[in-house]
Each structure stands twice: as structure tokens, then as C-alpha cells.
Design a protein around this ligand. Structure first.
Ligand SMILES: [Fe+2]
Length: 210
């Protein structure tokens, strides 16, 4: 659920900024395009992890889950389609010069707002469906799934951004902060130092800050 917490924050930040965004220079435009890419990569990787690893694992424990999750799988497809559909608009933003293209930015901002609302609805639905199944799974099996997901996330080429975003989100969510502190291995907490966070994630914080 850390990823849901984190992605809710990433989409909220991106969407809120786009609604008021007036790029000051070319670097800021470049960073905004990179922000779309990073947030999208995270969301797509998260959905894939659920589809390939988490959902089959839960279905193995209780076959009724397969039926329960059908609507979510359809919503994952819709998310991918909607996200891919705005990529030409994102690429058009990349070609803008500061002070131009406010109409294009506003059109993209409206789309991102819709997608953000959809992400919130999707995650609420996933949690509603998955949690009753998860609580029936023995603790050791739940931990095994958690470990598998963590290892797969680490292998992702964008893992640095994912973990930095998680660290940041945990600072803004009390419940997540408590479990994150307890369950992240010591090296994640020490290696992801303030300097590392600034280097790998500072650009994102700067471009979405209002
Ligand atoms: Fe999810």
C-alpha cells in the first residue's frame, strides 16, 4: 500500500502544478517532461507488479479473488490507455518555449486532473477488494509477498526515483511513516540520505512545487 500512498501524492503534485504552471525557462520544461515520464513509469510498473505478482499470489490463496479482481484489471487497461493517449501532448510541451503554449498546457492539465481522479478511484477500489482477501493470508506468506515485491522494485531501472518518492510520501502520511520506518531495512534509510534524495528527487520536488 506504500505505492498507493506514494502515487496518490505524485499525481496530486503533478496535477496541482499543471493547473497553474507557467514555465520560466527551458530547463523547467525539460524537468516537467521528465516528471511526467517518472510518475508514469512508476504507475505502470506498480500496476504490472500487481498483475504479474500480487494478484496471482492472492488468487493462489483464494481462487474467488480471480473473479473479484476482473474489474480492476479492466481499470488497469484503461489507465494505460489514458496515460499513453496524453503522451503526444507531453511531447508537444517539450518543444515549447517559455511564455508560449498556455492553451496546450491547460489542455494537458485538464487531462492530468481526470487521470489523477481516476487513479484515486482505482486505488480505493483495489484496496476495498484486496484487503479482505489479504487479512485471511497468514502473516509469513504476506511477508514473503512483500519481500518479492521489494526485490522486483529494486531491480527496476527507475528504482531510485520510486524509493525517493516513497521516502517523501512517508513524511506526509503518518500511517505510512510508521510502517515504513519499521519495515524498511536499515540500508534503505541510511543510503537514501538527504544528499541522495536531493540529487535523485530534488529536481522533481522543484518542478512540482507551487
Ligand atoms: Fe495498485
Amino acid at each position: 500500500m506504500w505505492s498507493h500512498c506514494t502515487l496518490r501524492r505524485l499525481y496530486s503534485l503533478l496535477s496541482a502544478k499543471m493547473l497553474v504552471w507557467k514555465p520560466a525557462d527551458k530547463d523547467e520544461i525539460e524537468d516537467m517532461v521528465k516528471a511526467f515520464e517518472s510518475v508514469g513509469n512508476y504507475a505502470l510498473a506498480h500496476n504490472k507488479l500487481e498483475e504479474d505478482t500480487a494478484f496471482p499470489f492472492i488468487a493462489e490463496q483464494d481462487p474467488k479473488f480471480k473473479e473479484a479482481i476482473k474489474a480492476i484489471e479492466a481499470d488497469h487497461k484503461k489507465f494505460t490507455q489514458d496515460w499513453n493517449a496524453i503522451q503526444p501532448q507531453v511531447q508537444a510541451i517539450a518543444k515549447l518555449t517559455p511564455g508560449t503554449g498556455q492553451d496546450q498546457i491547460a489542455a494537458l492539465a485538464a487531462k492530468v486532473k481526470e487521470i489523477t481522479e481516476f487513479v484515486f478511484k482505482l486505488f480505493a477500489e483495489e484496496e476495498k477488494i484486496c484487503l479482505p482477501f489479504m487479512v485471511n493470508i497468514p502473516k509469513d506468506k504476506q511477508q514473503k509477498l512483500g519481500k518479492t515485491i521489494e526485490e522486483l522494485s529494486r531491480k527496476d531501472e527507475n528504482s531510485k526515483f520510486f524509493f525517493c518518492a516513497m521516502m517523501d510520501a512517508s513524511k506526509h502520511d503518518k500511517e505510512m511513516a510508521e510502517t515504513f520506518k519499521k519495515e524498511t531495512p536499515w540500508f534503505a534509510r541510511t543510503m537514501f540520505s538527504a544528499i541522495f534524495l536531493k540529487k535523485e528527487y530534488g529536481w522533481f520536488q522543484k518542478v512540482v512545487e507551487i
